[in-house]
Design a protein around this ligand. Structure first.
Ligand code: BG6
Length: 369
């Protein structure tokens, strides 16, 4: 059942290229456009939507944060992302023109279920992105786009997260396709890149040994910080969450631009700081700013662990440890950048003698509010 791996988590990390490919299967037609017939909300209804609201918990919430960048960029529609547990208690502004997307691996998370019930009571359409056939959240939604990750056993989500991202990109691109967007050419190019992305995830997995070795050297540390910008910011949050869940270490993710507004005070000699660097080819301003951030924290003694695209030479002088990821369009980078962080957290948990698949105090699916 663990397929020769010590833990389900390792098996599920290794299954990610297939999970990603399976989630794309049959959804991109040969002409390069998307067919999401399963989304039983008509194109006409989707054209009438004036706002997208995403609700989710934990790792699924981080997928939602990344989806916001994609949806707003490709559709120019406002998109809010909210923790499901906070949503209904603040009397959110919703109506028949709001499309609510509920993201949940298990389909049974009570916080997310209550948020979608609230949305439907306000007359909004709800689209579920879910990994579990016939579970409660898709049953109570107007439509569902299933992720095809296969069963995920380890409590800490890995392959489900990557497939949630894929599903979110598909929805964002589909909304762009149905509603028309000025990014027509870009959308075509991204669909092509997406259809090849599982090979890139596979390539990342082949280069993880140095990440494991690095993680083992950090087993006695108390704190690890994670920095990112743009879609790299939710990736940083996810890296930190994984470390909390698995290694029981104090870990925090920050938007790198916020560093100077507070978190830089935390930097001290030999503190490990993981930095997710955006592509230098895409939004190059962000790239240059984050390189300055790496310089700043290193000057204050941080041990910098830099995740950067192959060929990005600007980071080399400031990286104590350099983890390379393949070049991707900026918005798709989380699909490759998250993988080393999963491996890092898993290895640290093992090095600290923790139970990887069943971390203390956590449950795979939380069916109470
Ligand atoms: C949790 C799990 O409590 O629920 C997390 O421990 C998970 O790993 C979160 O991300 C949300 O779960 P689901 O099933 O709604 O995606």
């Amino acid at each position: 059942e663990k397929g020769g791996y010590d833990y389900f988590m390792l098996k599920e990390i290794a299954e990610q290229p297939k999970a990603v490919a399976d989630t794309l299967l049959g959804r991109i037609d040969p002409s390069g456009s998307l067919t999401l017939d399963e989304v039983r909300i008509s194109p006409q209804e989707l054209r009438e939507v004036d706002k997208v609201v995403i609700v989710a918990c934990g790792t699924a919430f981080h997928a939602g944060l990344i989806a916001k960048y994609a949806i707003e960029h490709w559709t120019r529609m406002p998109c809010e992302v909210e923790l499901a547990s906070e949503f209904r208690y603040r009397d959110p502004i919703l109506d028949g023109r709001s499309l609510v997307i509920a993201i949940s691996q298990s389909g049974e998370t009570m916080d997310t279920l209550m948020a979608l019930r609230h949305a439907r009571e306000q007359g909004s359409k709800v689209l579920a992105i879910c990994n579990t056939n016939g579970s409660t959240i898709p049953r109570e939604s107007d439509a569902v786009l299933y992720t095809h990750a296969g069963p995920e056993v380890a409590v800490a989500s890995t392959k489900a997260f990557l497939t949630q991202l894929v599903a979110c990109y598909l929805v964002a691109l589909y909304l762009g396709q149905v509603r028309g967007t000025k990014w027509g050419d870009e959308i075509q190019a991204v669909i092509r890149d997406l259809s090849r992305i599982s090979e890139e995830v596979d390539r990342v997995l082949e280069t993880m040994e140095p990440v494991r070795a690095l993680a083992r050297t950090l087993a006695a540390k108390d704190t690890v910080l994670f920095l990112g910008r743009h879609v790299g910011y939710p990736v940083a949050l996810e890296g930190a969450l994984k470390l909390k869940e698995l290694a029981y270490m104090h870990a925090e993710g920050f938007a790198a631009g916020e560093l100077k507004h507070g978190p830089i005070a935390l930097i001290e000699e030999d503190l490990p700081v993981v930095v997710v660097v955006p592509s230098p080819r895409g939004r190059s301003v962000l790239h240059d700013k984050i390189v300055s951030n790496i310089q700043e924290i290193r000057a204050r003694g941080a041990r910098t662990i830099v995740i950067a695209e192959e060929g990005d030479e600007a980071v080399v002088p400031y990286a104590d440890h350099l983890i390379r990821i393949p070049a991707t369009p900026t918005l798709l980078q989380p699909l490759v950048a998250t993988v080393p962080l999963q491996v890092f957290a898993c290895e640290l948990a093992t090095a600290r003698g923790n139970e990887v698949d069943q971390p203390r105090n956590l449950a795979k699916s939380v069916t109470v509010e």
